[in-house]
Design a protein around this ligand. Structure first.
Ligand code: ATP
Ligand code: MG
Length: 396
């Protein structure tokens, strides 16, 4: 364990100092403590405190009540934000997702008890000592994801935790502990009621991890039931590792593999159900369709694809091709992009306005521009205004 490689930032320390100076308890808590122990840079820093939300807001003039119902106040400290949450325990859960009510409590242990996994139920005060009531440190050492308390009950309370378990397993390279995994098998059906956006967020974090093949377990355990049809072999999904850690590109690769196995039959529908943004849906759908049967093999074919579909879709197509047919497509596309060769009307040395002046109009103008683009794609060094205008005058 390497507690020294990553340090809590000053803006977090100063929030904790202010709280403790006023007699409140304050701890870094959850994922950031886990990541400090592992030596990873935390994604965000959460603080929990004995101060009530109103007290937090009085102490920090620059703060916003972002989740008052759950006791969370976002404090702006030295230009950054820290979520400060009052110690709380959760009441009855509704819809297998959110507690009906929360109760502010006076002690840290109760707050740690409501957290999902032992590795996320750790707290650290300013002294740097680690407070661990549920064996989280040992589980970090053993690389295990284990529920705090009784797994079946915890998943019944909040079904999203099952997707989080796989997400942490993929991101951290940890195993899911046996009893926790068995409980997922039993409670998987509850995931059907989750907001699809939440499912997508967890799936996307899994997809962007070093082990995107964990998605095969997410599917295999039935956590995407109703969204995808069958099981997906892990060996297929390992191919996603070769793609850049870019959300649109990894979604494109995933869709290409699911389509090939017949696990989805409509990319657009699949991504729409998961509430992806329209740019990603478009890029992936078109990109996958372009290479579903065969992929461009040479630079000129990639240039044509680029000219007709734009950069984002071409990148999706190249990533889909890389996972379907083997490496090399993304590299080829990259070299085309780096060459600076003309692959779009925008980069063509002759513009529509110039053709208008020469007497072209309507579809004739459009057709002539495409002909020129096609010509330049094959003869990149001839993308010169005089040369192209001379050609055009000849056609006219
Ligand atoms: P990340 O690295 O993505 O930030 P994290 O572990 O910090 O992961 P967050 O979603 O930031 O996760 O939540 C912060 C902490 O809140 C978690 O570490 C955990 O203690 C608790 N938590 C979050 N979501 C849940 C949940 N669904 N059930 C129980 N505890 C949760
Ligand atoms: Mg976090």
């Amino acid at each position: 364990m390497d507690l020294n490689s990553v340090r809590p930032p000053k803006y977090v320390i100063s929030v904790m100092e202010r709280l403790t100076c006023h007699g409140f308890e304050a701890y870094m808590v959850g994922g950031c403590v886990r990541d400090l122990i592992i030596g990873r840079r935390p994604f965000d820093w959460d603080v929990c405190t004995s101060a009530l939300p109103e007290e937090v807001m009085t102490l920090f003039t620059r703060s916003r009540p972002t989740g008052l119902k759950h006791g969370t106040v976002t404090v702006i400290s030295q230009g950054s934000t820290v979520e400060v949450t009052t110690f709380r325990s959760d009441g009855e859960y509704k819809d297998h997702r959110r507690p009906e009510s929360v109760l502010f409590i006076g002690d840290l242990k109760g707050d740690l008890e409501r957290r999902d996994f032992t590795i996320n139920a750790l707290a650290m005060p300013l002294s740097g000592e680690i407070l661990d009531h549920f064996g989280g440190r040992q589980d970090i050492e053993k690389k295990l994801i284990r529920c705090v308390g009784e797994p079946e009950k915890r998943f019944e309370e909040d079904a999203l935790r099952m997707l989080r378990a796989f997400r942490f397993s993929a991101v951290l390279g940890f195993e899911i502990e046996h009893q926790t995994l068995t409980a997922i098998k039993i409670k998987a059906h509850l995931s059907g009621g989750l907001a699809k956006e939440r499912v997508r967020i967890e799936l996307e974090k899994t997809l962007l991890s070093d082990s995107p093949q964990v998605i095969s377990d997410v599917i295999g355990y039935g956590l995407l039931r109703g969204i995808v049809a069958n099981d997906m072999p892990e060996a297929d999904l390992i191919l996603l590792k070769r793609l850049p850690k870019n959300r649109m590109l990894r979604w494109a690769g995933l869709c290409a593999l699911l389509l090939r196995r017949g696990i989805i039959d409509d990319t657009e529908k699949f991504l729409t159900i998961l509430r992806l943004d329209s740019a990603t849906i478009q890029g992936c759908t078109r990109g996958c369709a372009l290479v579903s049967a065969v992929s461009p093999q040479d630079a000129i074919s990639w240039k044509r694809l680029l000219a007709a579909n734009g950069i984002e879709t071409a990148k999706c197509a190249a990533c889909a091709a890389d996972v379907l047919y083997g490496r090399g497509h993304m590299e080829l596309l990259r070299s085309v992009l780096l060459s600076g060769d003309c692959c779009s009307l925008k980069a063509l040395a002759v513009s529509g306005d110039e053709l208008l002046k020469l007497g072209f109009s309507g579809t004739e103008l459009g057709k002539t521009l495409s002909l020129l683009l096609d010509y330049v794609i094959e003869h990149p060094s001839n993308n010169k205004k005089e040369l192209l205008l001379a050609m055009v005058t000849e056609i006219k």
